[in-house]
Design a protein around this ligand. Structure first.
Ligand code: TTP
Ligand code: CA
Length: 363
């Protein structure tokens, strides 16, 4: 259907770009001998005894079942002949900055949402075919300048654009025009909705909700009783309604550090000292970014991979190390049940640039 002029001018066109197997692609670009091979970026596999996790891996490695966040020992079992490399974060930060410069040079409002992904509001292109040409040009530029592929989604909303960028990876370009939103979303598993993790997915399954279509037809009152007011937003997203805008600042959403112990431990002193160290590191990063935070989260992974997290939102923004450390210790006490711990982590979120007002309020 040809949209009318009024529709065409009010129509938003959002572009979401996500780099393909980012860390692995940067490594493969810089070492051409790795092309076409299964490459895993993450902890040292130590001949199958390694204790950390996979950060990411090439699509060739994914064919063996390897995935981000999987124990490196499991990745080693799945594909012992893969090339295992430690992460070289400064290199990825540089590659990210290069890509973001290309995106900024397009002259549209831009919101970087992680090291390798960004939204652009390209409504000014006027039509989806014109926006699609722009997306193809962006992909070509990134490939020819840096030898890296990315996947792009184009849609009338941020959420649909993000889902679209993911469906034809790697090197995909997926366009969801307004009249196709529902047929695009309906058959998707609910897990495709950004923000729906394992836990929410399991809760929805319990209600018999598996696809986005199931969500759209489900009784809103029952959903609210179960999930609170966030159910309303969830129903909207399922129906393709999402008015959130591409916000230019808002780059850093959280700062986190985690450590896998060499041996699983229930040594309280070691765990406490490690929490101190992690709190110190995230606070240093917070101060480097000139930010204050309100939410502190502690993650504990026990032997057997059972993971618990607990968050606390402070009454005021703070950048104070002692406050963060005390909060992290108290959260750890709440979730530490005496079992042996494999990994612990600290995350700071809910940021605001600290100004004079917050500095006075800061605890
Ligand atoms: P993602 O965009 O989630 O993944 P990816 O770019 O590696 O692969 P895809 O093609 O599916 O988009 O994450 C971007 C980078 O962030 C990734 O290259 C490595 C890092 N990362 C981790 O370090 N740990 C993780 O658990 C995840 C998911 C990502
Ligand atoms: Ca990516």
């Amino acid at each position: 259907m040809e949209p009318g002029i009024a529709q065409r001018t009010s129509q938003r066109i959002i572009l979401h770009l996500d780099m393909d197997s980012f860390y692995a692609s940067v490594e493969m670009q810089e070492r051409p001998g790795l092309r076409g091979k299964p490459v895993v970026i993450g902890a040292d596999p130590d001949n199958g005894k390694g204790r950390g996790v996979v950060a990411t891996c090439s699509y060739e490695a994914r064919a063996f079942g390897i995935r981000s966040a999987m124990p490196i020992s499991q990745a080693f079992v799945l594909c012992p002949h893969a090339v295992f490399l430690p992460p070289d974060i400064p290199r990825y930060v540089k590659a990210s900055a290069d890509v973001m410069l290309i995106l900024k040079a397009q002259g549209f409002p831009i919101q970087q949402v992680s090291i390798d992904e960004a939204f652009l509001d390209v409504s000014q292109m006027g039509t989806f075919p014109a926006a699609s040409d722009l997306a193809a040009r962006i992909k070509d530029t990134i490939l020819s300048r840096f030898g890296l592929t990315c996947s792009i989604g184009l849609a009338p909303t941020k959420v649909v654009a993000k889902i679209a960028s993911d469906v034809n990876k790697p090197d995909g370009l997926t366009i969801v025009e307004p009249e196709n939103i529902f047929s695009f979303l309906a058959p998707m598993p609910v897990r495709k909705i950004p923000g729906i993790g394992k836990k929410a997915e399991a809760d929805l399954f319990e209600l018999g909700i598996r696809t986005i279509r199931d969500l759209t037809t489900f009784d809103i009152q029952v959903l609210i009783a179960r999930f609170g007011r966030s159910a309303i937003a969830l129903k909207d997203v399922a129906a393709g309604i999402d008015t959130s805008e591409v916000k230019e600042q808002d780059v850093v959403k959280s700062i986190s550090r985690e450590t896998t112990f060499t041996n699983d431990t229930d040594d309280e002193q070691l765990v406490a000292a490690t929490i101190d160290k992690l709190a110190e590191e995230v606070c240093r990063n917070l101060s480097d970014e000139d930010l204050h935070c309100r939410t502190v989260t502690v993650k504990v992974r026990y032997q057997g991979f059972v993971t618990k997290t607990k968050a606390r939102t402070l009454p005021h923004y703070t950048g104070d190390r002692a406050t963060v450390r005390t909060c992290a210790h108290s959260l750890l006490c709440d979730i530490f049940d005496g079992r042996k711990i494999r990994l612990i982590g600290v995350r700071l979120s809910s940021f605001d640039k600290h100004d004079a007002r917050q500095m006075i309020l800061g605890v």
